[in-house]
Ligand binder design. Structure first.
Ligand code: ADP
Length: 545
């Protein structure tokens, strides 16, 4: 027997309508590429999203069509987050930091007819456009005054909006309709498109607003330091509409000074981003002699790659509850969140930070297990590592266009490519991506744990550990370190510091000091590049070459 409750579809437009009705006046702050600050509200965002949808329809966008963006975090990009899926089309956010060949592949594969972009990306778009066979309209996310001269091939976003009434009733359709498209970075093979639905997006937004989730609420002023092109900005734009939170969009400026000043000016209570952004923020504070206690945040989410314990500690020392979440494009992205359980509340702060330095526990809707190389289940005892498998209503069931074939096993589990332990309370500790695991004589060494330990050294600004070729052990860990300005630690000092913090045979065979570490387009350590560069480091070192 079926229940007799209303079967109202979970649609992204209903999030916006709710925000417009109940949080109409709450603010959206944006630092657009033209400079200055634009202040609007959920009410204005809703109106402009409707105008945007009308304008896109006039340009020939139909339900199911893709609309691509190459844009920073601004109010206009946020409006498209609602306009495009609201009308039943698919928002395809593209990371402008990718290499030209990747952009070319991703944009052609997504096959959007309309590309909306920020003015600073005009040269990039001009170089890509001849190869984009489906592209019909190029919309610049700016106003008439800033449009480039003599370019009748370009449309102006503000002019398009001004021509529309905003008098549109959002259409209703199946909640499983596609709403957004994001490509994974393609470290293995071509990038693959993850196609979100309205249903998965709305369910994920509920998670963000749970007290034991990301705890987002109407009381928050959120500094969005994760780009709108990085996995739906971790779902925060949609969750913010759900609870009516204030959103602060830093535009192209993600440097420490700009983030600090904007966060202070807008009294931001919450922020989120990858570790490199926060390392940059602390570097600025240190250089400028600013006390981190002046940061206005109450909570701060670190994700995208392992949150170094030392970074969590710095936030907590400043009175900010920093915590970590784990996920991936394929999981919308939030899947686990590190929250203190009641019995952790009594622990000394140091030990609480140890808990928060783990990747966290599954949120309702996310099922997790770890398996061995033979696919058999491994115990959740906190000591055995295996590949992390995930299942749930906001986890992908396959890639766009069937790329990569069948990605689920017979019981619907998705293999994440991450290696982890799960303890008896369900806390996940990620030890590596499977392709970054260091296999030394058949045993595994965790690069993440070594990096984390090294970051506790006062002279270490950043550290990366990769497995490089070794004659006897096939692979051994090599540590690359960026020293803090004025830091004078030697390789032996770092090794002495690590001894006792990790088991003896994990100690890197060498520590090399570098000025920079390569980052991926989403600001994570690019270990592929490092492995390639240093693969023979130990062999040549041993033979004295
Ligand atoms: P990409 O980095 O390939 O562009 P994603 O943003 O989807 O794409 O990255 C997901 C991956 O990032 C995860 O599979 C995991 O390896 C890593 N990751 C995400 N969050 C964390 C975390 N809290 N700790 C460690 N690794 C993380």
């Amino acid at each position: 027997m079926l229940g007799l409750m209303q079967d109202r579809p979970l649609l992204i437009s209903s999030l916006l309508t709710h925000a417009e009705t109940y949080h109409r006046e709450n603010t959206i702050v944006s630092a657009p590429c033209e400079g200055g600050i634009v202040r609007s509200s959920w009410g204005e965002t809703a109106l402009r999203a409707r105008q945007g949808a009308q304008a896109l329809a006039r340009l020939g966008v139909n339900p199911g069509d893709r609309v691509a963006t190459l844009a920073w975090n601004t109010h206009r990009h946020l409006e498209l987050y609602f306009a495009v899926p609201g009308m039943g089309a698919v928002l395809h956010t593209v990371n402008p930091r990718l290499f030209a060949e990747q952009l070319d592949y991703i944009l052609n594969h997504g096959a959007a007819g309309v590309l909306a972009f920020d003015l600073p990306f005009l040269d990039l778009v001009d170089s890509l456009a001849p190869k984009l066979t489906h592209l019909r309209h190029k919309v610049v996310l700016t106003d008439a005054a800033h449009m480039p001269d003599g370019r009748d091939d370009l449309l102006c976003y503000e002019t398009l909006l001004a021509a529309e009434s905003g008098d549109l009733v959002w259409p209703a359709f199946d909640e499983r309709t596609a709403s957004g498209l994001c490509y994974t970075s393609g470290t293995t093979g071509d990038p693959k498109g993850v196609l979100y639905s309205h249903r998965s997006t709305v369910l994920h937004a509920f998670l963000c607003c749970q007290a034991d989730g990301l705890h987002l609420s109407r009381a928050d002023s959120t500094l969005l330091a994760v780009p709108l092109f990085h996995v739906n900005a971790w779902g925060i734009p949609y969750a913010s509409a759900m609870c009516g939170a204030k959103v602060v969009l830093p535009g192209p400026k993600l440097d420490g000074q700009s983030l600090y000043e904007l966060a202070r000016a807008e009294e931001c209570t919450f922020s989120l981003g990858v570790p490199t952004v926060w390392i940059g923020l602390f570097k600025y504070l240190e250089d400028a002699g600013i006390d981190p206690a002046l940061l206005p945040f109450q909570r701060l989410l670190i994700g995208g790659s392992a949150a170094p314990r030392a970074l969590l500690q710095r936030f907590h020392d400043a009175g900010i509850h920093a915590f970590q979440a784990w996920g991936m494009s394929e999981t919308s992205p939030v899947a686990t969140v590190a929250t203190l359980l009641p019995h952790h509340r009594e622990l000394p702060r140091d030990q609480q930070i140890d808990v928060l330095a783990r990747q966290g526990r599954a949120m309702f809707g996310v099922e997790l297990r770890i398996v061995g190389e033979d696919g058999a289940d491994l115990p959740h005892d906190g000591s055995v590592t295996g590949e992390l498998m995930v299942r749930g209503p906001w986890v992908t069931s396959g890639y766009y266009g069937g790329v990569g074939g069948d990605v689920l096993d017979g019981e619907g589990w998705f293999a994440t490519g991450d290696v982890a332990r799960i303890d008896s309370e369900g806390f996940v500790t990620l030890t590596d991506r499977s392709k970054d695991v260091i296999k030394s004589g058949g045993e595994w060494i965790s690069s993440i744990e070594l990096e984390n330990a090294a970051l506790g050294h006062p002279a270490v600004e950043a550290a990366a550990v990769v497995g490089v070729a070794h004659e006897r052990w096939q692979e051994r860990p090599l540590m690359l370190v960026i020293r803090k300005p004025g830091g004078s630690a030697t390789a032996q000092d770092i090794l002495d510091f690590l001894a006792g913090k990790v088991v003896g045979w994990w100690l890197p065979d060498d520590v090399v000091f570098v000025d920079n570490l390569p980052l991926t387009a989403t600001g994570k350590l690019d270990k592929k590049v490092l492995r390639k560069q240093y693969i023979n480091h130990l062999i040549t070192a041993e033979t004295g070459a």
